[in-house]
Design a binder for this molecule. Structure first.
Ligand code: HEM
Length: 381
C-alpha cells in the first residue's frame, strides 16, 4: 500500500491543535482568574484530541501534566502543522484542475515533509520494538499491533507509517471539530444543556468524574453527540469516491471514473426525511433510534460501505467523553453581553467544516473542587 496522504483532512481545521505550552502555563497560573472569563473552547478540545490520538497510536503523551511539550512533541507538532500547510495546496490542485497551474504540487516540499515524518515515526517505532523486547509488560498500542502483525501480513515499513499517520490525521481534527459544534449548540440551547447535566448528575452524581463505563446509562448524552453530528458532520461531503462502473442514480448518469462526493450534510437536513431538520433536538433519537455508522442512509457522518470510517465507534466515544466531562464539570454560557442565540454558527467552507468564528464560552464549575485536580499521566509505554 502506498504511503497515502490524507488531503481531505489536511485542511486547517483546528488552527491550534495544541495549546502553546507558554499559554498553558499561564493558564495554570491564572486558573482562579479564569472564573467568569470567556474561553476559546477550540484550543482545549484541540489539545485533548491531540493527546487522545497520540496515546492511542503511539502510546505517548507528548505533553507533561503541565501541558508542556517534550522535544518529540515539538517535532510532532511541527510535522502536523506542515502537513496542514502543504496539504491545503494539494487539495486545491487536486480538486480544481483548471487552477492547477497556480498550485504546483511542490514535489520537493512533499519529499522533505515525508522524510521528516518518516524519521520521527521510525524512532518511535524502534522505541516500541525495544520496549517489547525488554519486557512483557508493554501495552498494545496501534503501533505495536501493526509491528506485531508486520511479518504475518507482509506489511512494509512505508505501509505501517502510512497507516499510523492516517489514524492521526483522520482522528484528530474530526473529533475536536465535532465536539466544538456540539458545545456551540449546547450553549445556544440551555434547555438541552440542562437536561444533559441532570442526566449526568443522576447517573454519575457529584462526587466522582464520569467514565466511559457510564455511557450506556447516559442515553440523552449520546443523543446530544448524535444530534450534533447530524447537523454538523465534520466532513460534509465525506471523502471523494470514484465510480467503478457506469451507474444511474436518481435519474442522473454517473459515468465510470467520475469523482463522486456525497453531500451527507444536505441529506441530514432534508425536510423530506427529518422533522424540523434545523432544530437542535436530541430527543428525536430517543423517539426513533437511528444508526449513524453507515446503516441508515439518512445519517452518514462516518460514510458507509467498504470505505466507511474505521474509527467511527472510537470517534463517537471520544466526542461523547469530551462532552460528558465538559457538561458534568461546568455550566456553559455565552460570553458576557452575548445572547445564546447570537452564537455564530457560520461554517468555514472546506473539506473539513469547522466553525468560522471559534466558539467562546464561560465555564462555571459545578462539582466539588477536588474533582478538578489535574491527574499526571505517564508519558511512556
Ligand atoms: C467524529 C469523528 C469522526 C468522523 C465524523 C469521521 C468521518 C469519516 C468519514 C466521513 C470518512 C470517509 C468515509 C467515506 O468516504 O465513505 C472517514 C474515513 C476514515 N476515518 Fe474517520 N471520522 C472520525 C473519527 C476517526 C477516528 C477517531 C479515526 C481513527 C483514529 C478515523 C480514521 C479514519 C480512517 C483511517 C479513514 C479512511 C478509511 C478509508 O479510506 O478506507 N476516523 N472518517
Amino acid at each position: 500500500m502506498p504511503n497515502r496522504p490524507f488531503p481531505h483532512l489536511n485542511t486547517p481545521a483546528i488552527a491550534h491543535p495544541l495549546v502553546p505550552s507558554s499559554a498553558v502555563k499561564k493558564r495554570e497560573k491564572e486558573n482562579g482568574e479564569n472564573h467568569g472569563k470567556s474561553l476559546p473552547v477550540r484550543n482545549f478540545l484541540g489539545a485533548v484530541a491531540f493527546n487522545n490520538i497520540t496515546r492511542l497510536v503511539f502510546g505517548k503523551r507528548f505533553m507533561d501534566s503541565e501541558g508542556v511539550l517534550d522535544e518529540q512533541g515539538k517535532e510532532f507538532k511541527g510535522i502536523v502543522t506542515n502537513g496542514i500547510k502543504i496539504g491545503a495546496s494539494l487539495n486545491m490542485a487536486e480538486h480544481i484542475p483548471w487552477l492547477r497551474w497556480m498550485f504546483p504540487l511542490e514535489e520537493e516540499a512533499f519529499t522533505q515533509h515525508g522524510d521528516r515524518r518518516d524519521r520521527l515515526t521510525k524512532i518511535i517505532m524502534e522505541e516500541h520494538t525495544q520496549a517489547r523486547k525488554q519486557g512483557g509488560g508493554t501495552k498494545q498500542h496501534f503501533v505495536d499491533a501493526l509491528l506485531t502483525l508486520q511479518d504475518k501480513y507482509d506489511l512494509s515499513e512505508d505501509t505501517i507509517i502510512g497507516l499510523l499517520w492516517d489514524m492521526i490525521t483522520a482522528g484528530m481534527d474530526t473529533t475536536a471539530i465535532s465536539a466544538e459544534w456540539a458545545m456551540a449548540e449546547l450553549i445556544r440551547n440551555p434547555r438541552v444543556q440542562q437536561k444533559a447535566q441532570e442526566e449526568l448528575d443522576r447517573v454519575v452524581g457529584l462526587e466522582r468524574v464520569m467514565s466511559e463505563t457510564d455511557f450506556s446509562n447516559l442515553p440523552y448524552l449520546q443523543c446530544v453527540a448524535k444530534e450534533a453530528m447530524r447537523l454538523h458532520p465534520p466532513t460534509p461531503l465525506m471523502l471523494p469516491h470514484m465510480a467503478n462502473a457506469d451507474v444511474k442514480i436518481g435519474g442522473y448518469d454517473i459515468p465510470k471514473g467520475s469523482i463522486v462526493h456525497v453531500n451527507v450534510w444536505a441529506v441530514a437536513r432534508d425536510p423530506a426525511v427529518w422533522k424540523d431538520p434545523h432544530e437542535f433536538r436530541p430527543e428525536r433519537f430517543l423517539e426513533e433510534d437511528v444508526d449513524m455508522k453507515g446503516h441508515d442512509y439518512r445519517l452518514l457522518p462516518f460514510g458507509a460501505g467498504r470505505r466507511v470510517c474505521p474509527g467511527a465507534q472510537l470517534g463517537i466515544n471520544l466526542v461523547t467523553s469530551m462532552l460528558g466531562h465538559l457538561l458534568h464539570h461546568f455550566r456553559w454560557t455565552p460570553p458576557e453581553g452575548m445572547k445564546p442565540q447570537d452564537i455564530d454558527l457560520t461554517e468555514s467552507p472546506g473539506m473539513v467544516t469547522y466553525m468560522k468564528t471559534p466558539l467562546q464560552g464561560v465555564a462555571t464549575p459545578r462539582l466539588p473542587s477536588h474533582l478538578y485536580k489535574r491527574e499526571a499521566v505517564a508519558a511512556s509505554f
